[in-house]
Design a binder for this molecule. Structure first.
Ligand SMILES: Cc1ncc(COP(=O)(O)O)c(C=O)c1O
Length: 341
């Protein structure tokens, strides 16, 4: 099947801009530094997951679903983006969030409530236990909702299914044609990788156009091990939907774990510095959990010489900026104090 034949509902404002980071380029001495603005996909504060949801929700509608059930952390961007897209299509959203219910609803959680999601919380000692508990609760909620005469569509964390990944295969084709229009040859695409779906989709797109761009995922947490193998398998399954014969292996997948810090959603000084630098040079807002760490990775890889300053680099802004409004809990006390000076 050709990618254009895979059912998709247009929800996002696409293509997103590919533009030069003129000020940041000068600040870090990388003349050819660009940004892909997936923070501008439009609906409900945008983000990279809108691309996946265009395919996932087309699949849900083809199965006559009227209720979307999914899961993520308490400040998940995916659950917020799912709520936004489902709401726009007139579907109900049920969320199972892993973590304790906070006293005050902020950031993504506030937006989800505002857009009318039904929210359940499951507390857990760690993400693995949380994912298991969330899976159980999603299945039992689905049974109950279906008994009431509705039809449910359950999406896994991050929308990381082959159908969801197709959104990023398409995104690769999009940036490939934008780079041609700008007459640039991109050496590196750098972005935050979480569930791995974005990276898997991009790898498939790269294969379609036979590109030699280096696709670099900056990891934001230690989960989904063995991570690179899982991404290769996801790329393989995504490619299969398009009738791709040649398989993917771990060798196709490049990720760095060096910029995680203590763990998922725990701030790092490097990420916070990157957030400040981007805000103060380009007035572009990054987030502490994903894009801040990804930009810290980009700067770190250049500083230690893994990537040359003369390469043409695209930083893929994957969205997530509403979590900046969560404040101290995600940015840390030191950072918040530093803003007062
Ligand atoms: C802002 C942001 N960037 C990057 C990612 C990573 O995308 P993926 O889960 O497809 O690896 C996510 C996923 O939640 C995200 O919210």
């Amino acid at each position: 099947m050709k990618i254009e034949e895979i059912p998709r509902i247009r929800i996002g404002r696409l293509p997103t801009p590919l533009e030069k980071l003129e000020n940041l380029s000068k600040a870090i001495g990388v003349p050819e530094l660009y940004i892909k603005r997936d923070d501008m996909t439009g609906i409900g504060y945008g983000g990279n997951k809108i691309r996946k949801l265009e395919y996932l929700l087309a699949d849900a509608l083809s199965k006559k679903a009227d209720t979307i059930i999914t899961t993520g952390g308490v400040q998940s961007n995916f659950t917020r983006e799912t709520t936004a897209c489902a709401t726009k299509l007139g579907l109900k959203t049920v969320l199972v969030l892993i973590g304790n219910e906070p006293e005050e609803y902020r950031g993504n959680l506030l937006l989800e409530k505002l857009m009318g999601a039904e929210i359940h919380f499951v507390s857990a000692k760690n993400l693995d236990e949380g994912a298991e508990k969330a899976g159980k609760l999603m299945r039992s909620l689905s049974k109950k909702i279906e008994k009431e005469g509705n039809r449910c569509y359950i999406m896994p964390v991050g929308g990381a299914t082959p159908i969801g990944c197709m959104g990023f295969t398409n995104a690769f084709l999009e940036i490939n044609s934008q780079a041609k229009d700008l007459d640039i040859k991109v050496d590196y695409l750098i972005f935050a990788t979480g569930s791995g779906g974005t990276q898997a989709g991009l790898l498939v797109g790269k294969r379609i156009v036979n590109s030699d761009v280096n696709i670099i995922g900056i990891r934001v947490g230690r989960m989904f091990e063995p991570f690179n193998r899982m991404i290769a398998e996801m790329a393989e399954k995504t490619g299969e939907l398009l009738g791709m014969k040649k398989s993917f292996s771990e060798k196709d997948v490049v990720t760095y774990s060096d910029f995680i810090g203590e763990g998922y959603d725990i701030p790092t000084r490097e990420a916070n510095n990157a957030i400040k630098l981007m805000a103060r040079t380009e007035a572009i807002i990054l987030d502490p959990v994903y894009t801040g760490k990804a930009m810290a990775g980009l700067v770190g890889l250049i500083d230690r010489g893994d990537i040359s300053k003369d390469d043409t680099i695209v930083f893929w802004h994957t969205g997530g900026d509403p979590t900046i409004f969560v404040g101290e809990e995600l940015l840390g006390k030191e950072f918040m104090e530093s803003l007062k000076k």
